[in-house]
Design a protein around this ligand. Structure first.
Ligand SMILES: *Cc1c(COP(=O)(O)O)cnc(C)c1O
Length: 340
């Protein structure tokens, strides 16, 4: 299928000031206080070659350098830090394609509570191994035939654990929003913020930060071309469910936006664009060769949109969240040496 960058959502979202959304900026400020001294305030990188290619001034927020190698530590720790004494004793359960699992495992260990993780059998080996190393118990499932949410709920009930889903939870969304808060606090207002989109936890938190700290900033989500469930949902105004997408962006293989995340996306996100797997590979190579950093395929979504001219950003100040860097060395080598 040929990629058509004009396949974007036509509507411009209106900002309505007094709207009630699942989270507001005060939740993000509270999250950043909980994360202070626990999560890293990751660096913001600039690069002359990236600016030349895009014709814009790009600011890369390096969440690939966050603890566990992805922004997901922010939301996970924020959620677990809010557990009461009884919930802490019972512990936490989650399902995840990987980074959220690691994040929950580490946050649970730091807070001294048990963690059980339901993970797909075909998750990258490094993600399964690291999750286990953080001391979490792991139950594997088949993502093409089993329903992880049903399995997760059943196990949580059986064991008296609290389920923290990977994106559709206010504390998770608020935690993720601290990434954009830090970015705006460091570089000031921006014209555009590009954020990769799986289930929408990261972009919903970041969009709430943007509305508070840089109200003129357009927040644009970026999805893999094969899995544009959120783009379709924004277009139709209702949550669209798709088949499990086949893409190298394993952190964005979600089938539909969350109930809560979609509420925020509908009101705070201007547009969603999509990028091909080939564009993700070219961007990964750009980061290794030009910027000397490893960014996993999903983490390249926002950057690929900017570097490949898929969003109109000429002359603008543009923030890009590099969401994660967890990719096996072997897989990285294979991806970097394929034709793209
Ligand atoms: C989870 C994840 C995403 C998608 O985040 P959502 O909150 O589900 O939209 C993007 N990139 C990486 C590296 C992730 O781990």
């Amino acid at each position: 299928m040929k990629h058509d960058p004009t396949m974007s959502v036509p509507c411009e979202t209106l900002y309505t000031r007094d709207m009630i959304l699942p989270i507001d900026y005060a939740d993000i400020v509270a999250a950043s206080e909980r994360l202070d001294g626990v999560a890293l305030c990751t660096p913001v990188l600039s690069n002359a070659e990236a600016n030349a290619r895009s014709g814009a001034e790009l600011f890369f927020k390096c969440e690939n350098l966050q603890r566990i190698g992805a922004f997901k530590f922010r939301g996970a720790y924020n959620a677990l830090a809010r557990f009461d004494a009884e919930a802490r004793r019972g512990g936490v359960l989650t399902y995840s394609s990987g980074n959220h699992a690691q994040a929950i495992a580490l946050a649970a260990r730091l807070l001294g509570m048990p963690a059980l993780i339901v993970m797909p059998k075909d998750a990258p080996a490094i993600k399964i191994a690291v999750t286990r190393r953080h001391g979490a118990e792991i139950v594997l499932y088949d993502r093409y035939t089993e329903d992880r949410e049903a399995l997760g709920s059943r196990l949580a009930a059986e064991r008296g654990m609290t389920l923290i889903p990977p994106y559709d939870h206010p504390d998770v969304m608020a935690g993720q929003g601290t990434a954009a808060k830090e970015l705006f606090e460091e570089v000031g207002p921006l014209d555009v913020l590009l954020v990769c989109v799986g289930g929408g936890g990261l972009i919903s938190g970041c969009a709430v930060s943007a509305a508070a700290l840089s109200p003129q900033c357009r927040v644009i989500g970026v999805e893999p071309q094969a899995g544009n469930d959120v783009q379709q949902s924004l277009r139709t105004g209702e949550r669209v469910r798709i088949d499990v997408p086949q893409t190298i962006a394993d952190g964005a293989q979600t089938q539909s936006p969350g109930l809560l995340t979609f509420e925020v996306i509908r009101h705070r996100v201007s547009n969603i664009v999509t990028v091909s797997d080939e564009a993700l590979v070219r961007s990964m190579r750009f980061f290794v060769e030009q910027m000397k950093i490893v960014v996993e395929p999903t983490g390249c979504l926002g950057a690929a949109a900017a570097l490949e001219g898929l969003v109109p950003i000429a002359g603008k100040r543009v923030g890009i969240v590099l969401s994660g860097g967890n990719v096996d060395a072997q897989r990285l080598a294979a991806l970097l040496t394929t034709e793209a």
